[in-house]
Write a protein that binds this ligand. Sequence first.
Ligand code: SF4
Length: 172
Amino acid sequence: MEEKEGAVKTLIEKATGRGAEEVKIISPENVFTGRWVRLKCQYGCGGYGKSLTCPPYSPKPEETEKILSDYEDALLIHFPTSVEDISNIMVDLEREAFLSGFYKAFSMPAGPCGLCEECSVEEGCINPRKARPAMEACGIDVYQTAREAGFPIEVVRSRDCPQNYYGLLLLE
Ligand code: SF4
């Protein structure tokens, strides 16, 4: 137990060291999914079907809900607008977690995968060690999840509005 607590503390320090504003340990039961999230991806997002980390390729909300029940803990990581490398940070934290004994560790960043100029949707991912689906791409209601954890998040009405990004690291 002590070992686990130490490993989580190290992960939190690493996240803040890479620019995260705050990290909270939450129960996966407090990560909320919604079928409507998928709808927003399908109707309204220009990225739909253009990346293997996005719908229709990423896990559906119902699948994500089941996946969440496989985990004991999660780190919800709040990034300010100034941090641009969230995908890399999250996958690095996942690896750190795995190596420290959380053999089921899995990370979900924010936004579409931007590792390649064009995603090789037909051929399969060329960088599977780094590509991970975003929380919203897996049908997670990021608004409700962040608010429930006491984090700020509002609808972004213009480019001048403050933006809050979140990554999720599932641990067990
Ligand atoms: S790493 Fe490249 S091929 Fe893989 S999901 Fe991301 S953009 Fe697509």
